[in-house]
Design a binder for this molecule. Structure first.
Ligand code: HAM
Length: 414
């Protein structure tokens, strides 16, 4: 039997309704801030991610699903959503829309990662991108919106961590200091870090190799070298969060795994597993990097699989979606009536099941019980003749007589 590729998951019906339930709640939060949904292609030109996410990141160096298509173009399955959304923003002239432009998405992402707890090769992200505001107020809105997602899903065990990784101006000065620190042990760092030393030494702080992590201990941190503008921006973000009593921790080790970030970066971390469930930050240079006018932006994405693990943990009683009614019938005329009623009820928005296997009454009854139908309606010869039948509420056992008329039946089961 052919099995699914490593790092992928099947989402079965018993699980998908929980996803839909959570997704609807998250969508409500995003829409309460007037974010609008965008959908972009699963694959893009490889160059988009090389330039946007950054040549020296793990994502670009090690994790992309890249291939040449039949026309010889290098194509990559999106490893994240921001680059594609910003490309779409520019390509569709969204810069001329009233600013800021607020977009959200729920899309599959692809990264060739070492598969382990919380790390998949196909996963999903719900993300939000606010394009066109450089104000600290935009950072605050986006962080509050992320925070509200966890509130809406009744997930208390989450910690907000914040950092600022400055702007190109202050980062250049900091990088010199960082290089001096790393340079002392450079020959013993891993090969990837060595290649990053000249191009992007900040990336070395994100290395997962044990020996590199050890050498990185005590490294100078960007947050201590911010320029006045970045410092003021970060102070303002913190002051606003404080004024709303939003709890956070400053974590100067957050560098994020993608190169486009500037100033504020943040992560929401599962306090039990330590996994980052949502990550984001400001990316003021990306629109320009892709050929647009200088346009500041800020956003985040949450890994839906990780979010769902928490949602299920803190909400163990998520009810299953069950049919409102099962109609039992046997015989041509009875089946006709069952069909007429089931169609009317379905059009009215109810979930209705009926026999389509021409099973005995006993088997139909067993099946209705197994699928946890809320109500039962039996249409036999007598019922058809009298134009009346009983609706049984399966939970309470209560029976009500109704005329065999769709409206009457709806009024009893609703
Ligand atoms: P990211 O931190 O790479 O950011 O990913 C965001 C979230 O996606 C992570 O916090 C995690 O929950 C989930 N995630 C990432 N990789 C995996 C994986 N292999 N398996 C399961 N879940 C995963 C971004 O992608 C940015 N585009 C976020 C952003 C939007 N920043 C600004 N706007």
């Amino acid at each position: 039997m052919i099995q699914k590729p490593k790092g992928t998951k099947d989402l079965l019906p018993e699980e998908s309704y929980k996803w839909q339930d959570a997704e609807a709640k998250v969508k409500k939060v995003l829409e309460s801030y007037n974010f609008k949904e965008i959908r972009v292609p699963v694959f893009e030109h490889t160059e988009l991610f090389q330039r946007g996410v950054g040549e020296t990141t793990d994502v670009v160096q090690k994790e992309m699903y890249t291939f040449d298509d039949k026309g010889g173009r290098s194509i990559t399955l999106r490893p994240e959503g921001t680059a594609g959304v910003v490309r779409a923003y520019l390509e569709n002239g969204m810069g001329s829309l009233p600013s800021p432009v607020k977009l959200w998405y729920n899309m599959g992402m692809y990264r060739y990662e070492n598969v382990q707890k919380g790390r998949l090769r196909e996963f999903h992200q719900i993300g939000a991108e606010l394009i066109g505001s450089g104000s600290y107020l935009a950072d605050v809105d986006v962080i509050l919106m992320a925070n509200n997602i966890f509130k809406a899903l009744n997930i208390p065990g989450i910690k907000l961590t914040l950092n600022s990784i400055g702007c190109p101006k202050c980062r250049a000065a900091y990088q010199k200091i960082l290089k001096e620190f790393i340079g002392e042990n450079l020959k013993d760092y891993c090969d990837t870090c060595k290649t990053r030393f000249e191009k992007n030494p900040l990336r070395i702080l994100d290395c997962k190799e044990k020996r590199c992590k050890e050498f990185n201990q005590g490294a100078p941190m960007m947050i201590d070298y911010l320029c006045d503008e970045c410092k003021e921006h970060f102070e303002n973000v913190k002051t606003m969060l404080d004024s709303l009593n939003v709890k956070y921790e400053i974590d100067s080790t957050i560098v994020r795994g993608l190169d486009y970030y500037t100033k504020t970066v943040f992560e929401f971390v599962d306090e039990k597993s330590g996994l980052t469930v949502l990550g984001g930050g400001r990316y003021d240079g990306l629109v320009e990097e892709f050929g647009g006018q200088p346009t500041p932006a800020v956003g985040f994405a949450t890994g839906v699989e990780r979010l769902m693990e928490m949602y299920k943990e803190y909400n163990p009683d998520l009810g299953e979606k069950v049919p409102d009614l099962y109609i039992l019938s046997m015989g041509i005329e009875e089946n006709k009536k069952a069909l007429e009623i089931s169609e009317n009820l379905r059009m009215a928005g109810l979930t209705v099941e009926k026999d389509i296997l021409e099973r005995s009454f006993k088997s139909q009854m067993k099946y209705a019980d197994k699928i946890n139908a809320k109500n039962l309606l039996v249409i036999g010869g007598n019922e058809l003749q009298e134009g009346k039948a009983k609706v049984k509420n399966m939970e309470s056992g209560e029976e009500k007589e109704v005329s065999l008329d769709s409206k009457a039946i709806i009024s009893v089961i609703k």
